[in-house]
Design a protein around this ligand. Structure first.
Ligand code: ZN
Length: 136
């Protein structure tokens, strides 16, 4: 038997168990917020980003655009210049997850964003699928 074929078979045997185990453990992180005046602070912003394996700058840019508001990272928190409900913020985070985190092939959240030839891709660490997010 060819070495590569052996490797592929071994990989097939391990892959589903490992990936499913990770997925069961994964929960969509919920934003913990506090409102003061016209500002909304996501208190656990850094935690959410690390759970999603995404950079704080990437999620903050997405939220600013979606909520049409200026936002600023302050340590582990994100301060948004608008009064917002927890529901709206969580809805936007779920939208972000659907667009940038979850694999379109296997629906697992174990992905990373990679840059290749001027394009951005979501690369799945569970099944290896890649889908384009368009130009950088
Ligand atoms: Zn996948």
């Amino acid at each position: 038997m060819e070495y590569e074929q052996l490797l592929e078979e071994a990989y097939e045997k391990i892959k589903p168990i490992e990936a499913n185990k990770d997925f069961d453990r994964w929960e969509i992180p919920q934003a913990d917020i506090s409102i003061s005046g016209n500002k909304t602070t996501i208190l656990n912003f850094a935690q959410i980003c690390s759970a999603l394996r995404r950079k704080q700058e990437h999620l903050s840019k997405f939220l600013s655009k979606e909520l049409a508001s200026y936002s600023k990272i302050e340590g582990d928190k994100l301060v948004i210049n608008r009064k917002l409900s927890k529901e709206i913020i969580n809805e936007k985070i779920q939208l972000y997850i659907a667009k940038y985190v979850v694999c379109l092939e296997c629906k697992k959240p174990d992905t990373e964003i990679v840059k290749e030839g001027g394009f951005l891709f979501v690369h799945c660490l569970a099944c290896g699928a890649k889908h384009s997010l368009g130009r950088v």
